[in-house]
Write a protein that binds this ligand. Structure first.
Ligand code: HPA
Length: 282
């Protein structure tokens, strides 16, 4: 279990390096990390320098805390995440987003690479996650509950914050980017799915599938921090084409989608930042 003092120690070390208090947190998924390098007044801190922070081992995940500005909005960004399939303890896998919350972020915007299941999706599409299926077989809140972080039985009706979803739609409009919507199924990985599993997931109502994000959404919901997520559909899911799936292809498609993804994410951060400032004024 992660305790509040552990999170606050990490936040204290990070704050020491930041010029300003961040209002919006961002998590960048596989192949999507380049966005952080475009932040104004960029400051980078390796995860290795942050006490308690797990280090991601997957190619395409840098393991840097990046802080900077998008317009007037101060952002703290996790460039690379720790996945459960790497063997991290559950509490560790969500340590980074909990630290973003303790840094003062009033909204956290998550991103990931995902396989497309919905029949109308194509590689390169961007999908707003409107709800999820937690099929990881685990939950980051298992174990003793720290009431200082949140309550024992958090509601999940609005786990994907309705206001942030609206802001994402508006941001897609701002950026002139088509934004699909759908349900994200999270599996433990690290294998990709079998074609039979993809047929099962489609029957269950999933539009996309991946190996991340849901634990972070749950941890942020636990702490009462609004969060929402966008998937970059990097491939059609297993069995929907004849081709085998490959991580290099996932990263390549994510990179090829970079211009649209970056424009959308920057517009979303601006809108969420305005909202966070308005929220803090009231
Ligand atoms: N399945 C699971 N995770 C993924 C996929 C996929 O097809 N693509 C990118 N991440």
């Amino acid at each position: 279990m992660t305790t509040l003092p552990e999170l606050d120690e990490a936040a204290r070390v990070i704050r020491h390096h930041l010029p300003a208090r961040p209002s919006v947190g961002v998590v960048l998924g596989s192949g999507l990390g380049g966005w952080a390098d475009e932040l104004a007044d960029l400051v980078k801190l390796p995860y290795a320098d942050i006490p308690g922070m797990p280090r991601p081992a997957v190619a395409g995940h840098a393991g840097m805390l990046c802080a900077g500005r998008v317009g007037d909005v101060q952002v703290a960004c996790l460039q690379g995440r720790a996945h459960l399939y790497e063997g991290h303890a559950l509490a560790k896998a969500v340590f980074g987003v909990r630290v973003l919350a303790r840094l003062g972020c009033r909204a956290v915007l998550l991103t990931n690479a995902a396989g497309g299941i919905h029949h109308s999706f194509a590689a390169g599409d961007l999908m707003l996650i409107t709800d999820h299926l937690n099929l990881m077989g685990v939950n980051p809140l298992v174990g003793p509950n720290d009431e200082a972080l949140g309550k024992r039985f958090p509601d999940m009706t609005y786990a994907h914050d309705p206001r942030l979803l609206e802001l994402a739609r508006a941001a897609a409009n701002d950026a002139g980017v088509t934004l699909r919507e759908g349900v994200y199924a999270a599996l433990l990985g690290p294998t990709y799915e079998t074609p039979a599993e993809i047929r099962m997931l489609r029957t269950l109502g999933a539009d996309a599938v991946g190996m991340s994000t849901v634990p972070e959404i749950i941890a942020l919901r636990h702490m009462g921090v609004p969060a929402a997520a966008i998937s970059c559909i990097t491939n059609l899911a297993a069995g929907l084409t004849q081709r085998e799936l490959d991580h290099a292809e996932v990263e390549e498609t994510a990179r090829a989608s970079r211009a649209r993804f970056s424009a959308l994410l920057s517009a979303w951060v601006r809108r969420a930042g305005e909202g966070a400032a308005a929220g803090s004024a009231s």
